[in-house]
Design a protein around this ligand. Structure first.
Ligand code: KG4
Ligand code: ZN
Length: 375
């Protein structure tokens, strides 16, 4: 006997994307919209919290209206309202959560307060019905870089985190150093395609360390030094045999003993990937190998990262799952889906649930120096 799919309305507003989605428990995305605030924040080179909160407040209600119309549904058709309640920029989180509370109260529908990281962590299961618990998750976004053992809904064991910058943050800062603008991740990836990943010797922080964690601040600083000494005759480290014509970021060919912006981007990306793989190997050496390696979060949209992880998984005889691109960066379908996962477990929240700027997925995890949380 088939049971009727349940429907969850999801709201995401923790950073610079205002997003609304209607998702059914049979994994159908009934309708969704994402309004990026890139143009609002671009002049500042990064997300400005108050601008973000104001933009969410302006965009959310009309988007809710239009998503409901697109799906041909009303609030009465929804079985729960799920909203990101943290972690993130608190002004934006409050806009989304308070809106969800008002809708839940007005329609007498249960409210589910979702941890944004849980949205990312469960997003691969929205795309892949075959993906069962447990799985080893690399969660790589603008605010976080963690290795988690996902054992079930609400059961997350953090095996590693960053002691300073998140990887997405390092991508964004490197993009700024290279004058690529904001948001930087996709731009660095694109430029790296034209560069030589071995051209610029960059550090691999914590590679080979007995500690399980990540560190990317030193890598970002090395990118800055590489950029500063790009056109000097003195190079940061000698690299044999690279006396050849290079193309600058402006595209003009010139000769000299130097490297291009594309070389810096490619070398940065290779160093970051080497760190990811080394830290995952470290984690895998210390646990019973779960059947699947999974990646989620904004940096999971990166093709080179995905390929390196796929190769690691096959070397370790694990399956590999990465959500489709649209589910990697922030979206509301993953928040609605986390609601779909919590709904049958009766995990609802009261109307006075708090918005939380910080909210670890694994409350038992040892704090590390640095903390590694952006907001
Ligand atoms: O998950 P997300 O949308 O927001 C957070 O929860 O932080 O991740 C955004 C981050 C940004 O730092 C962005 O530069 C990075 O993900 N990102 C990428 C790519 N696409 C997005 N980094 C590397 N390569 C990409 N293709
Ligand atoms: Zn995110």
């Amino acid at each position: 006997m088939s049971t009727k799919a349940q429907i969850v309305l999801g709201i995401e507003s923790s950073c610079d994307e205002t997003a609304v989605a209607l998702v059914a428990s049979d994994r159908t995305i009934l309708a969704q919209q994402i309004a990026s605030q890139v143009s609002e924040h671009a002049p500042y080179g990064g997300v400005v919290p108050e601008i973000a909160a104001r933009a969410h407040a302006e965009k959310l209600a009309p988007m809710l209206d239009s998503v409901m119309r697109e799906a041909g549904l009303t609030l009465a058709d929804c079985d729960a309202i799920a909203a990101t309640a943290g972690p993130g920029l608190i002004g934006g989180v409050m806009v989304g959560l308070v809106t969800a509370k008002a809708l839940a109260m007005a329609s007498d529908t249960p409210l589910i307060a979702i941890n944004h990281l849980e949205g990312h962590a469960l997003s691969p299961r929205l795309a892949d019905p075959e993906l069962e618990f447990p799985y080893l998750l690399l969660l790589v976004s603008g605010g976080h870089c963690q290795i988690l053992l996902v054992e079930g809904v609400g059961q997350y064991r953090r095996l590693a985190t960053t002691i300073d910058d998140a990887l997405g943050e390092a991508y964004d800062k490197s993009a700024k150093i290279l004058g690529l603008g904001y948001p930087g991740g996709p731009k660095v990836e694109q430029l790296a395609r034209q560069g030589d990943p071995g051209a610029v010797p960059l550090p691999r922080p914590l590679k080979g360390s007995k500690e399980p964690h990540f560190s990317f601040a030193g890598l970002k600083s090395a990118v800055l030094r590489a950029k500063e000494s790009q056109h000097n005759s003195a190079r940061p480290e000698p690299v044999e045999g690279r006396e050849k014509p290079v193309h600058t970021s402006t595209g003009s060919a010139r000769t000299g003993f130097a490297y291009s912006d594309a070389d810096i981007a490619a070398s940065f990306q290779q160093a970051a990937i080497d760190c990811l793989i080394d830290r995952l190997e470290h984690a895998l050496d210390r646990i019973d190998t779960p059947p699947n390696l999974v990646v989620a979060g904004g940096v999971a949209a990166n093709q080179s990262v995905r390929s390196a992880l796929e190769e690691l998984a096959s070397r370790r005889a694990m399956g590999f799952t990465a959500p489709p691109m649209a589910l990697c960066t922030d979206n509301a379908a993953m928040i609605a889906w986390a609601g779909c996962e919590r709904l049958p477990l009766g995990q609802f929240d009261p109307l006075d649930v708090s918005a939380r700027p910080r909210w670890p997925l694994d409350p038992d995890a040892e704090p590390v120096r640095g903390a590694g949380v952006k907001a």
